[in-house]
Each structure stands twice: as C-alpha cells, then as structure tokens.
Design a protein around this ligand. Structure first.
Ligand code: WQD
Length: 336
C-alpha cells in the first residue's frame, strides 16, 4: 500500500486521520514539531491500530531538514495539517502565524516539487468564507477577507496551492472543515488544547470536568432561533474519513481538476444553546454557563452544503451531535 506523509500527524485532526489511514492499510510517516501536540499520542495511535507510524520530530520551517526527509523517505502523497490554528492568538501574533503557516507550506511544496510528490491534501477551513451571504455554504460561495491572521493564512495557502498545482502539474485537494469536534471512540486520542481553550467544545468539557468554573456563551442577541450563534459541528472521525477518501481520489487519478475544494460539515447548523443541551443529555451532567457579550470577529451562522463531497468523494458524515459530544466527554474524563 502507498506510504503517506502526515504533517502535524500528532495533532488533533492529524492523529485521528493517521488512525484512519493505518486502519485502511496505508503506511504512514509523521512529521510533527510537538509545538502544539504531545509525543504520547504516537503510542496511543499504536495502541488503537496495532501499527506504529514512522515519526520525525522537526519543524517544516527548517528547509534543509525538510528536504533531507524527502531525500531519505519515499512517499506517495502528503496530508498537510501542520500549522498554528488559534484564531485569537493569531490576532496578537500575526508574524508568527504567517511565518509558521506559510514558510512551512512553501518548504513542503519546494520539497514536493524536487522529489516528484504529486498528491497533496491541504487542511483548510470554512473560515475562508467569513459570514457567507447564503446558507448552507457551498464551494462556490465567495471568499471574503478573513477577519483573523489565521484565516488569512488559510486563504493564502489555498491560493499558493492552486498556482502550485497548475504550474507543476500536481493533484491537490483543499478540505474546508467546519467545526471539528469529538474524540476517537476508544478515548485514547482527542483534542488537547493548550491553556484556556478558545473553542466551544473543549471549554464545555473542561467546565463539566470542573477545570473551568463556568462557560461564557458569547452573545444571545444574534438573529437566530434562540439568539446564539450557529455552527456546523462535524465529528473528527467523519472528518478523518474524508481525508482518506480525498487521498484515494488523487491516488486513483479520479480528480477532475488539478486543484479541488470540498466543504466538510454535517450540513446541519446548531446554536450554542443547542450544543449545551445536547452535551447535558450526552453526559448526564448539568453545565454551568452564563450569557456574556459577543466575541469580536464571530459570525452569526455557518453550516455546510456538503453535497459536493458526498457526490465526488463518496463521503457522508454519519455521527450525530450528541454522539460526537459523548466521545468528547469520555475523552475529557481520561485527562487529569
Ligand atoms: C463556536 C461557537 C462562539 C467558545 C474557529 C475557527 C475555525 C476552526 C474552529 C481551526 C461560536 C461560541 C465559543 C466559548 C462560546 N479553527 N463560543 N463560548 O469560532 O466557529 O471557529 O474554530 O481550524 O477555523 O474559525 O469555533 O469553537 O471558537 O466557537 O460561546 O467559550 O461557540 O461564539 O459561536 P469558531 P469556536
């Protein structure tokens, strides 16, 4: 079976995707600089799958080390997750985000060109749409100027990849995630936010675990059914499965264009209060929360039109919000 490089493969979505790749019979090599991940995840991947991927600890910003990897390791494709991803942090540290997310990508692409790597999957985000004019959001929705430096690095990354695919005859898929949530059913891997979580679900599970005092709901004056903002919460294993399906499309030369884009969401939007209620039902615990002001930069609503991924990747998310939240809670309970 082909060997796949997964950059950021010890991170949240990366580690779940590595599990799916190994279970599907692929060989996997991971590059991760451990700047936002933990080494024990490698052992957990082996515990889940019975297979241990090759692991290389270095930073893609080190061009010489990146080239050396490709000179010494033949791979048939790359799934590129390695990037900084905290929206709030990117607003106060823009240069770190541009350097890490763009120099890392450019070094990877230079090496892919020099070592004839033709198949690339890129981790992108629905944040590139900003507040879309129409819902649900399909891949033809206009790209709006991102609010955050993080979002801008995703938009720029997509532009870079589109040109790279055209000029160097590559096959590239950008996957635009909506809101990834949950953990592997084994509760051996899951989300490991550093410090105070930015995202809703880890803040909810940490509040339920008593690590956080109270969840702040950022605004209940949005023009939505209950006043709180709407997002499309997609189970991380369904998301991982989409990466395997995208990769197989490229390896089998089934892609229609050199550069293709897919929205990965459930197609259903949930408000923050609906998520809280679903979590309380899934966990059997009451959540302590209060309504506060809106968070600057937040949009009112986003949920995916995922018919293109269904039709072209044969991908349909199967996991309910409540089941996804249950896995997040089971994982949280394993953390001290
Ligand atoms: C979800 C909803 C908040 C925290 C971002 C990025 C996206 C991806 C996911 C990286 C919003 C509300 C949140 C809290 C709250 N990141 N909320 N209290 O902002 O939709 O998306 O993270 O890949 O690219 O844009 O996710 O989880 O921060 O917020 O009320 O303590 O929960 O206002 O409505 P977001 P989120």
């Amino acid at each position: 079976m082909p060997k796949i490089l997964v950059t950021g493969g010890l991170g949240y979505i990366g580690s779940h995707t590595v599990v799916e790749l190994l279970n599907d019979g692929f060989e996997v090599a991971i590059i991760d600089d451990l700047s936002n991940s933990e080494r024990f995840v490698l052992d957990r991947i082996e515990e889940i799958t019975g297979k241990k991927p090759d692991f290389f600890e270095f930073d893609l910003k080190d061009q010489e080390r990146t080239n050396q990897f490709f000179a010494e390791n033949k791979v048939d494709g790359v799934i590129h997750f390695a990037a900084s991803k905290a929206v709030g942090e990117s607003m106060v540290k823009p240069l770190i985000y541009y350097r890490n997310n763009l120099v890392g990508l450019l070094n990877l692409l230079d090496a892919a060109k020099d070592h004839h790597i033709d198949n690339i999957i890129f981790s992108s985000s629905c944040t590139v749409y900003g507040q879309a004019d129409e819902l649900p959001i399909d891949e033809k929705a206009p790209i709006k100027k991102a609010e955050s430096s993080y979002g801008k690095t995703k938009q720029m990354g997509e532009e870079i990849l589109e040109d790279f695919a055209r000029v160097f005859d590559k096959k590239i898929i950008a996957l635009r995630y909506f809101n990834p949530i949950g953990a592997h059913p084994s509760a051996l891997i899951g989300e490991l936010p550093k410090g105070v979580p930015n995202n809703l679900i880890p803040f909810i599970t940490q509040t339920a675990a008593g690590i956080r005092e109270q969840l702040s709901v950022f605004g209940d004056d949005y023009p939505t059914r209950d006043g709180t903002a709407i997002r499309d919460y997609i189970y991380v294993m369904d998301l991982a499965n989409a990466h395997v399906k995208g990769l197989k499309r490229l390896l089998a030369d089934e892609n229609v264009d050199q550069y293709e884009i897919y929205n990965l969401g459930t197609g259903t939007g949930s408000t923050v209060l609906e998520v809280i209620q679903a979590f309380e039902e899934a966990s059997g615990t009451k959540l302590n929360y209060k309504i506060v002001d809106r968070r600057p930069g937040d949009i009112t609503a986003a949920y995916a039109d995922n018919t293109k991924a269904a039709k072209e990747l044969g991908w349909t998310p199967e996991t309910s919000l409540e089941e996804s939240l249950r896995t997040a809670w089971e994982w949280q309970k394993t953390l001290d």
